[in-house]
Design a protein around this ligand. Structure first.
Ligand SMILES: *[C@@H]1O[C@H](CO)[C@@H](O)[C@H](O)[C@H]1NC(C)=O
Ligand SMILES: *[C@@H]1O[C@H](CO)[C@@H](O)[C@H](O)[C@H]1NC(C)=O
Ligand SMILES: *[C@@H]1O[C@H](CO)[C@@H](O)[C@H](O)[C@H]1NC(C)=O
Ligand SMILES: *[C@@H]1O[C@H](CO)[C@@H](O)[C@H](O)[C@H]1NC(C)=O
Ligand SMILES: *[C@@H]1O[C@H](CO)[C@@H](O)[C@H](O)[C@H]1NC(C)=O
Ligand SMILES: *[C@@H]1O[C@H](CO)[C@@H](O)[C@H](O)[C@H]1NC(C)=O
Length: 323
């Protein structure tokens, strides 16, 4: 107990100033320095140098001139190497979980015991650059339905502060429903934000960028251009639409007009019912055509007269004589 406190005080006194802050990118190599400033004249064969984390797990030990793995914690095995030139320990393949404080001790072993010559403390932070934000458009949009955009960025650390859209010439920040998710293995964050927007009248193109803000920097997406065609009869200009359809109209209406005109003329000449005149016109397409319905009774009458000339005459006479 007393020994522990004494040791702590001693270590505190020996400790060289405040922790050195070091930053490393995720999955890269971190350097944990430990310069032998007070041990320069001492032979390496008398020195014990080791690094440990705040849980007292040993990362690496250099024992009397040689690497010693006995005390190294399993989670650091194979992940470290000693950089003699820089008197620092390399921690490879840094993970977010490696964030924290590390102590390096330089001990001198003498026949009478060990003395701590020096202690270095390093505060390691691990960061990961978010991927460049990417804007994606929901499918099947037209100018009329409005636009739905999603912006997303992946695998960054620490947690981002803000993500939003900027639209041409506007300083307003747009977007909502910012979603942050964290990978439960790597601890990296992914983030997305969405934008639902109707196109203002008279605006046919917009440039949109998406910004991701983190504590240390802002990352911008590539500009996203939205262009819609000008008015807009199914995406064509009015002249493209009106011309073909009016040509089609002429093609259909011309023969109809001709027939109607003819009918009208004839009706005026004959004073016949409109419908019948036109039917005969349309059926045969010739002026000489005969409407059977109309003509049949006349024929019948004629036949009668011709066949029974004598009889008819007699009947008439008979009736005349009876009177
Ligand atoms: C870490 O780096 C290695 C190669 O150095 C690479 O294969 C791996 O994909 C990286 N992992 C991540 C999560 O970036
Ligand atoms: C992270 O981003 C910074 C700033 O853009 C850049 O200088 C650095 O090289 C990037 N690092 C990695 C590992 O991508
Ligand atoms: C988009 O349109 C295509 C065909 O035009 C259709 O197959 C697809 O399901 C549509 N997608 C959505 C999200 O409506
Ligand atoms: C855009 O989003 C809004 C609300 O989120 C939704 O009502 C609308 O149907 C979406 N439009 C398209 C084309 O996806
Ligand atoms: C944006 O501003 C530029 C010049 O400042 C102008 O030419 C352009 O028409 C503006 N665009 C919109 C969509 O307002
Ligand atoms: C990560 O989280 C998901 C969902 O919460 C879970 O299904 C999965 O088992 C987790 N993976 C690990 C390695 O914890």
């Amino acid at each position: 107990m007393y020994l522990g406190i004494l040791f702590s005080v001693l270590v505190y006194l020996l400790s060289d100033a405040v922790p050195v802050k070091r930053q490393a990118y995720f999955n890269s190599t971190a350097y944990l320095p430990c310069p032998f400033t007070k041990a320069q004249n001492i032979s390496p064969s008398e020195l014990v140098v080791f690094w440990q984390d705040r849980k007292k797990s040993v990362l690496y030990e250099h024992y009397l001139g040689a690497e010693k793995l006995d005390n190294v914690n399993a989670k650091y095995l194979g992940r470290t190497s000693f950089d003699r030139d820089n008197q620092a320990l390399r921690l490879h393949n840094v993970q977010i979980n490696d964030t924290g404080f590390y102590d390096c001790f330089i001990q001198q072993k003498t026949p009478t015991g060990s003395i701590i010559l020096q202690q270095w403390e390093t505060e390691l932070s691990v960061i990961a650059n978010f991927s460049e934000p990417e804007i994606e458009e929901a499918q099947n949009e037209t100018r009329n339905t409005g636009i739905n955009l999603t912006c997303s960025s992946k695998q960054g650390y620490p947690k981002p502060t803000k993500m939003y859209f900027l639209i041409t010439n506007s300083t307003n920040e747009y977007g909502d429903n910012m979603q942050i998710s964290q990978d439960n293995v790597t601890k990296l964050f992914s983030v997305s934000v969405s934008l639902s927007l109707s196109f203002p009248d008279e605006v046919y193109n917009m440039t949109i960028v998406c910004i991701l803000e983190t504590e240390s920097m802002n990352i911008s997406s590539k500009p996203y251009n939205m262009v819609f065609s000008q008015p807009h009869f199914g995406g064509k200009t009015w002249i493209q639409t009106v011309l073909p359809s009016s040509a089609l109209c002429c093609l259909i209406l011309l023969p109809v007009y001709k027939v109607v005109k003819k009918c009208w003329k004839k009706q005026k000449q004959l004073g016949r019912p409109w419908r019948k005149t036109c039917e005969s016109e349309q059926d045969s397409g010739a002026d000489e055509s005969i409407n059977l319905e109309e003509v049949e009774p006349q024929l019948h009458q004629q036949n009668q007269m011709q066949s029974g000339d004598g009889e008819g005459l007699r009947k008439e006479l008979k009736s005349a004589s009876l009177k």
